[in-house]
Design a binder for this molecule. Structure first.
Ligand SMILES: Cc1cc2nc3c(=O)[nH]c(=O)nc-3n(C[C@H](O)[C@H](O)[C@H](O)COP(=O)(O)OP(=O)(O)OC[C@H]3O[C@@H](n4cnc5c(N)ncnc54)[C@H](O)[C@@H]3O)c2cc1C
Length: 342
């Protein structure tokens, strides 16, 4: 008998889960509120665990060939002096921006599986499926059905502007100031990915003129930062408020289950949110396919909940340290020591 899944959200978690289940003979419908796949988005570091997850659905090699390898990292102070360097050959990650990652995942699904321009207001609207997967991101609505009441993510007091600039770089470089960070990373295409993190009051509107805002905040930093600022493609800028999920007691209820940011959104400081989302998707698909819905959801929850909640704690701690406004000298010494063990 064919089994069926409704997946809410056609982002990384939704498309990866759909790939696994489709490849294992399930009937899958993915409901996505956007009218198409995105054309802009930040570069995401895919660590080895995420590449293994992508291999399990046949997309690892495509991501390796589109993305850029990340081998060298550098931390600097605003005056350009170096805090620490990291060079890795083992366990190298691959940086790929969101649009080609999602396009690769979508290419594994038959036409019509992803139903664009379809916002799901409530899982009660979805009858007749064996399982309902909430892959609807940090502000998930499906979460209410799993928890039984509304649980909102917590804003960590930090916002980020991200985007791209023409020209390439082979280094992940982060400049850490007092309560603000400017970073550049390689990405696919002949482009550089950049991001700027800064403390922001939740009541303050995002900057109306982000380029001017960036120049005001970072325009007096060292030349590599100001060179990037001069090249920024203003049409690519996206503003995020960085949030983390409080611990949920379960990632499922009945036949409804959460993957990715809906379950465990975390600050991006460990570069693990999308990676863990991919690992969730394969773990969930495998558990459902091999053990059926009831036992499969229990297995998925025990395999993934505590592991991902520990990472939320670690990423939140890292965010506090990186964004500190005091004792930055001690912070930089700690960072130098930590990178020796990376
Ligand atoms: C600045 C920044 C940098 C990051 N860098 C990294 C990194 O380097 N490495 C890494 O691993 N992670 C990184 N992350 C984290 C990563 O982006 C997320 O963890 C990942 O996108 C989560 O995927 P998801 O599928 O759970 O959610 P999303 O990507 O948010 O997808 C959710 C989808 O659901 C859709 N949706 C929402 N509600 C509904 C609804 N009601 N009905 C229908 N559709 C709906 C949305 O339109 C969206 O397409 C970063 C995040 C940020 C903000």
């Amino acid at each position: 008998m064919t089994r069926s899944a409704a997946i809410i959200g056609g982002g990384i978690g939704g498309l990866a889960t759909a790939n696994y289940l489709h490849q294992h003979g399930w009937t899958v419908d993915v409901f996505e509120r956007a009218d198409a796949l995105p054309t802009t988005g930040t570069a995401l570091g895919m660590w080895p665990g995420a590449l293994t997850a992508l291999d399990a659905i046949g997309h690892g090699d495509a991501v390796r060939s589109i993305g850029s390898r990340q081998q060298h990292g550098e931390f600097q102070r605003p005056d350009g002096s170096v805090i620490a360097n990291i060079t890795t050959s083992e366990g190298t990650s691959v940086l790929i921006s969101r649009p080609p990652l999602l396009a690769t995942l979508a290419s594994g699904l038959p036409d019509g599986v992803v139903k664009f321009s379809t916002t799901i207001e409530s899982v009660a609207d979805l009858g007749g499926y064996d399982v309902i997967v909430g892959a609807d991101g940090v502000n998930s609505r499906v979460r209410t059905a799993v928890v039984g009441s509304r649980v909102d993510p917590i804003y960590v007091g930090v916002s980020a502007l991200v985007g791209r600039a023409p020209g390439t770089t082979d280094t992940v470089a982060e400049t850490w100031g007092e309560g603000k960070i400017f970073g550049v990373t390689p990405r696919d295409g002949d482009l550089t990915n950049w991001f700027a993190a800064y403390r922001e009051d939740p009541d303050v509107e995002p900057p109306a003129e982000p380029l001017e805002f960036l120049r005001e905040y970072f325009g007096h930093w060292h030349a590599e930062v100001t060179d990037t600022l001069d090249r920024i493609d203003a049409t690519s800028i996206i503003h995020y408020r960085i949030k983390r999920m409080p611990k949920l007691r379960s990632y499922f209820s009945g036949n409804t289950v959460l993957v990715g940011d809906a379950a465990h959104a975390m600050p991006p400081n460990l570069g693990r949110g999308a990676c863990e989302t991919l690992i969730d998707s394969i773990a969930l698909g495998r558990a459902l396919d091999e053990h059926g819905v009831e036992k499969g959801l229990r297995r998925y929850d025990s395999e993934r909940r505590k592991a991902t909640q520990k990472l939320v704690t670690g990423a939140t701690l890292m965010n506090h340290v990186a964004m500190s406004t005091r004792f930055t000298g001690a912070r930089d010494v700690a960072l130098r020591i930590a990178t020796r063990f990376a």
